[in-house]
Design a protein around this ligand. Sequence first.
Ligand SMILES: [Zn+2]
Ligand SMILES: [Zn+2]
Length: 116
Amino acid sequence: MISKCCKAKPLFSLGYAHGVKMYDDTYFGVCSKCSEQSEFIIEGDDNHIFNINIAKQLVKDIEGLRDADFHVCKQDIFQSQGGTKDDKGEYPCSCEHFDRVIDKVQSLIINWEGAE
Ligand SMILES: [Zn+2]
Ligand SMILES: [Zn+2]
């Protein structure tokens, strides 16, 4: 949501999300840049926050899959059975596959948050 005057965010909420809804996609609030009362319109900004939240949920979902009972990591079992050194690489850690996807989503989040 951005102000029509300065294309800035609302200063504070007046009861409805970040502003008072006036009519279709137009809200009323105080501009955080010029401190004047202004109309606000929903722009890509809201989609943007929506996407970030979904991506953050995705990270949690992938962590959930990684830690789920059906995912059996050979390295975890090896270590839980007292193994400390896997010289031959016989017990690869399959958690890494999940972590790599998490890293990709997280770099996306950092990108998006930086673009705010
Ligand atoms: Zn303004
Ligand atoms: Zn593992």
